[in-house]
Structure formats: C-alpha cells, structure tokens
Design a protein around this ligand. Structure first.
Ligand code: SF4
Length: 355
C-alpha cells in the first residue's frame, strides 16, 4: 500500500465502488468518509461562506472529518454549476485551516471525461499503473449500476414489507459483500444472489398503491441525511418511491438529446446541472399518472430554482401536485414531517376521489 491516504466526500452508498477503485486500481489507501451527520454540517457551515449551497457545506465538513480519520489526499469533482468552482474554494479553506493535505481537483482543466480522469488519477498517485486501473474500472462502474438497480427496487418496495426492515438488512449485507468483490464474475454472482434474496422478501403491496416521484438536485437527492431521509419517510407511509437520479442514470445512461426532445414544450434551454433531468422526469411522472411529485434541492441552488416555474406548468397541465423542499443548514425535521403528512393526506384524498 502506498503512502497516499485518499478520500472523497460521502454520497449515499458510493463509497463502496470508490474504495475498490482507489485501493485496487490506484494502489492507494482509501479512507472511508464518515457517514454524514449533524456534526458534518456544523463543521462545514462553520468554515463556509454563508451564501453557498448546502452540498458545499456538507462536503467541506466531510473533508475535515476524513482528515481527522487520517486522509492526506482529498479528491473533489465538479458538476455543471458553481460546483465547478467549489474545489478551488474548498482547497483554499482547507489550506487556511492549516491542514497539511493534498487537494486533487478533478475539474481544474476542462477536458473529456477520460482525460480528466487520467490526469486526476495521475495526480492522486503519480506511480499508478494503467493496467491495474483498466482492470478494476469496469468492475467499479458495473458495481455502481448494480447498486443503483438494487436500491431502486428497495425504494419501490420498502413501504410494503411484511417484516419492516428486512430489505434494509439485506442491502447492508449486500454492500458489505460488494466490498470484497474484485472481478466481474464475483460481482455478477454477488448481484444475482442478493437480487434473488431481496425479491424473496415478502411484500404486501396494494393493487393501486400511492406513487410518488422524487426529482431534484444531485447531492440533495442522493445523500439521504441532506434530504432528511425523505424517501424512508415516504416508504413508511406506504408509498412507492420512484427516483431516476443516481450516478449510473445521470452519468452512464443519460441522453441529453432525448430529454431535450421530450421537454421541448416546457423548456427550450438547458439551465445547468440537474435541471433538464428534473423537468424530464417530472413530465414523465405526470404522464404516467403518478399521485405526486416531490422536488428536493438545496436553498440557493440556481439551476433547480429555475426549474420551479416549469414544474408549476407541468403540475397545472397534468393536474399533478408538486411538493417543494428547499434544504439548508437550519432546516428542521419537524417542519418536513408536517409538510409530508399534509401532502400524503392530500394525494390520498385525491386518489380516493378518483376511484
Ligand atoms: S446543483 Fe445546485 S445545490 Fe448542487 S452544487 Fe450546483 S448550485 Fe449547489
């Protein structure tokens, strides 16, 4: 193991493929980013400019936590909005705080994804072996896809388990076993085995359950702490939760042209970051007669603020309710719970009136 102790901010369950990529492909030690907690947000908020969006605060707080856990190399990426500048600013803040670490910013140069990754990998470990990366990268990417499919199944069924918690437990075991996987064959076997287990969990789903689509900003939607575990809350209310936004859909299976064509009556231009995907999925959920849509974002997220008038139009045209959540470091759980309960009552009454 080399001298580099590398980490990347926590985002959902993606620390698993990242661990494999860093240790097996880049031959560096991977410092597992601590799970996001209130402390992460407090740390990040303390050293962040007040006006930045919440993902900046979460990732900064998490960087500090990974330094405390032993990391000496931090990796940051970008995302089609001001996130592209965050690496520079966070690197400077960490330097001003006198932490002696390397900061690898993957968006320092605007090149193709492959060149950006190559340059970033080279900076993380100058002695890296392309052969090792070429061997493990397809495994890590496929793992992301499998994890996303697995979690999608859980979101749609967790609200109907006969024995609540069974799916969560299998998910936990699945992630632990994925951490031991090193080849595509092992990966496929593990995935098939766990998919079979998860589909074997008894669910009692009504014929026509309430269905809610979740749309919104990348980080807020994928890091459950930052959206106050909204998907878990919805599942506990007995709702099918559908969410397209994840790493494999947004990076591997994302067709901007198809989205543009699909939403052309609602938005002519791409407003940046996740805005096109947000509108595209809202329209799809509306056309599929979902009972409601929940839009999540960080407060101050310009691309997602821009989608809101468009979502209002979709809501009016298709008569589908949209609930808007804007999270910041001050948001309280109680306020969210109250609004979710009111939303649930409303979509349930609408459904009953329609039947
Ligand atoms: S998409 Fe929005 S919340 Fe996310 S980093 Fe960009 S501006 Fe911030």
């Amino acid at each position: 193991m080399g001298k580099y102790k590398v980490s990347f901010p926590h985002l959902g369950s993606y620390f698993v493929p990242l661990e494999i990529l860093f240790t097996e492909g880049l031959d560096v030690e991977y410092i597992m980013p601590p799970t996001i907690t209130k402390r992460t947000l407090e740390l990040g908020s303390r050293y962040s400019p007040d006006y930045v969006c919440a993902p900046f605060k979460y990732t900064l707080g998490n960087f500090i936590e990974t330094i405390e856990a032993g990391a000496n190399t931090l990796v940051q990426t970008g995302g089609g909005c001001r996130l592209d500048y965050y690496g520079e600013l966070q690197g400077q803040i960490i330097k001003d705080l006198d932490y002696n670490v390397r900061f690898v910013n993957l968006v320092k140069t605007k090149s193709s994804l492959l060149i950006t990754l190559y340059n970033g990998f080279k900076e993380i470990n100058p002695d890296m072996s392309l052969k090792k990366i070429a061997k493990i990268l397809p495994v890590a990417l496929k793992m992301v896809e499998y994890m996303d499919t697995f979690e999608d199944y859980i979101r749609k069924n967790a609200g109907f388990e006969k024995h609540p918690g069974a799916l969560k437990e299998i998910h936990h075991e699945f992630l632990n076993e994925l951490r031991t996987v090193r080849t595509k064959k092992e990966l496929n076997n593990t995935y098939q085995r766990y998919m079979k287990r998860v589909k074997g969990v008894e669910v009692e789903k009504p014929k026509n359950p309430l269905k809610v689509g979740i749309i919104g900003e990348y980080y807020t939607i994928m890091e459950p702490f930052s959206n106050h575990y909204i998907e878990r809350e919805l599942a506990q209310m007995g709702i099918v939760v559908d969410r397209w936004m994840n790493v494999s859909n947004s990076i591997i299976h994302n067709s901007k042209n198809k989205m543009k064509e699909h939403i052309k009556n609602y938005a002519e231009y791409n407003m940046g970051a996740t805005s096109m995907a947000t509108i595209n999925k809202a329209l799809e959920f509306a056309k599929k007669n979902y009972d409601g849509i929940i839009h999540v974002k960080s407060s101050g997220c310009t691309p997602e603020i821009d989608t809101m008038p468009v979502l209002q139009n979709i809501s009016a045209d298709y008569k589908i309710p949209v609930l808007y959540f804007s999270f910041d470091s001050q948001t309280s759980d109680i306020g969210i719970q109250t609004r979710l309960e009111a939303f649930y009552d409303m979509i349930m009454m609408r459904k009953e009136a329609k039947n």
